[in-house]
Write a protein that binds this ligand. Structure first.
Ligand code: SF4
Length: 180
């Protein structure tokens, strides 16, 4: 039987959501035995001309033109798109820059910090441009499943993926969307 294919990407993120996935311990072995992991930071396979996949998983907010382009490509190539973690669901901590003009953010980051000596603004045609604001995934493409948390706990990830693999759109029980 063909295994469902999964692709995962991270955008403006800290990688903590993927680390939480790895924290599934033995459940990770069980889940990975049921799926085929394609493009993912975990496989380090970076062909963003995605194969057709059953599930696309996004960690991180959409902060630049490359993130937007990859999110749109993944949406086109997946059946179910998952916003994974608060950065993908809400924009997360990255949205702290949203009240500041992006030119000012770049100038401060690359030239004006106390630790910067002879700072220069990186300008190259291959560098993606910052968007004016960091956006949650659903403001760029339609999303099917939301798994919030910073990061979502391994239990939330296991529940969400298991529900999807069994053909259901996961609805998190109340105790999984309560954060202490
Ligand atoms: S939701 Fe939290 S853990 Fe996940 S990428 Fe954002 S900051 Fe990191």
């Amino acid at each position: 039987m063909t295994k469902p294919k999964i692709a995962t990407v991270w955008f403006e993120a800290c990688s903590g959501c993927h680390m939480s996935f790895l924290d599934l311990d033995e459940t990770l072995v069980d889940i990975l035995s049921k799926v085929q992991l394609t493009v993912s930071p975990i496989t380090d396979f970076k062909d963003y001309d995605f194969p057709e996949v059953d599930v696309g998983i996004v960690e991180g907010g959409i902060g630049n033109t490359e993130h937007k382009e990859i999110a749109e490509k993944l949406r086109k190539h997946c059946r179910i798109l998952v916003a994974w973690g608060d950065c993908a669901v809400f924009g997360g901590i990255n949205t702290l820059r949203n009240g500041i003009p992006k030119e000012e953010v770049l100038r401060y980051g690359f030239i004006e910090t106390e630790s910067t000596i002879n700072g220069v603004m990186p300008i190259h045609k291959e560098l993606p441009a910052l968007l004016d604001k960091v956006l949650p995934l659903h403001e760029v493409v339609p999303v099917d499943v939301y798994l919030p948390g910073c990061p979502p706990s391994p239990e939330v990830i296991a529940y969400g993926l298991t529900e999807i693999l069994e053909g259901r759109i996961p609805v998190l029980p109340a105790d999984m969307i309560h954060f202490d």
